[in-house]
Design a binder for this molecule. Structure first.
Ligand code: NDP
Length: 244
């Protein structure tokens, strides 16, 4: 049986990915800070789901977190770097601390966790790493300077990781979701009718996406259906990134 780690797997896009993986018979380990939310998610997902309360920004704890998972489940086949936080604020008002908090969660933690998990995957000569970026790295969106920097780094790291890890059997790919209906997007879009209007007007498919539609793409990258694909960024965005 395959084992997957999904950071931020208890809600939104991460939860939909966990649900898809469990349906496909993959043991899915969810990581998040909120223990209650994690337990509820695991209960809903059933016995193929496991949860570990953890904060990905506690970098020093990541090596033992990963080795505990490896010891318990035997191997790690899939890592989905999905946990992320958002900050909507004018560039000129963002403090250094706020900027660093976003970068630490969305970028540095992805670097550290992926390094640790890759070390576990190398002896198996097989693995799939799936990063989650955003439309913020495809074009300029106002009021999200730190988020944009972090997500642009994710796309660059995807390519840099792919060239080093693919010869060792580990594929690394990235999904760039468009505007997907989750708690994060409803917070970012509430009280901002202008932004909402703009999103709809440049999305050829004409609606927000669902977390399940992102999960389908994650399953593609996790499975052998994508066995010759590495280092790519796949927009799942209803055409938002090519809309006029
Ligand atoms: P949610 O806010 O619903 O989920 C984010 C998850 O990340 C939560 O489960 C949260 O759990 C977890 N998380 C946040 N910080 C940490 C941390 N330090 N350690 C461990 N877990 C953490 O957001 P979405 O589902 O919308 O977003 C998922 C990903 O998709 C993010 O990377 C986001 O940037 C990206 N994305 C989303 C889009 C959208 O339209 N929704 C568009 C483009 C990209 P907890 O709080 O319990 O720790």
């Amino acid at each position: 049986m395959k084992t997957a780690i999904i950071t931020g797997g208890a809600s939104g896009i991460g939860f939909a990915i966990a649900q898809k993986f469990v349906q496909q018979g993959i043991q899915s380990i969810l990581i998040g800070r909120d223990e209650k939310k994690l337990k509820e998610a695991c209960c809903t997902l059933g016995e193929l789901a496991g949860c570990i309360q953890g904060d990905v920004t506690r970098l020093e704890e990541l090596p033992s977190l990963v080795s505990d998972i490896k010891n318990k489940y035997g191997k790690i086949d899939i890592l989905v770097n999905n946990a992320g936080i958002h900050l909507k604020k004018p560039f000129l008002e963002v403090t250094d601390e706020e900027y660093q908090r976003i970068i630490l969660t969305n970028q540095v933690a992805v670097f550290s966790l992926t390094r640790e998990v890759s070390r576990m995957m190398i002896p198996e000569k097989k693995g799939s790493i799936i990063n989650i970026s955003s439309m913020a790295s495809q074009y300029g969106i106002p009021l999200v300077i730190a988020y944009t920097a972090s997500k642009s780094a994710i796309e660059g790291m995807t390519r840099a990781m792919a060239v080093e890890l693919s010869p060792l059997g580990i594929r690394v790919n990235c999904i760039a979701p468009g505007f997907i209906k989750t708690d994060m997007s409803s917070k970012a879009l509430s009280n901002d009718p202008e932004r909402k209007k703009k999103i709809y007007s440049r999305t050829p498919i004409g609606r927000l996406g669902t977390a399940e539609e992102v999960a389908d793409a994650a399953w593609f990258f996790a499975s052998d259906s994508s066995s010759y694909i590495t280092g790519v960024v796949l927009p799942v965005d209803g055409g938002n990134s090519i809309g006029f």
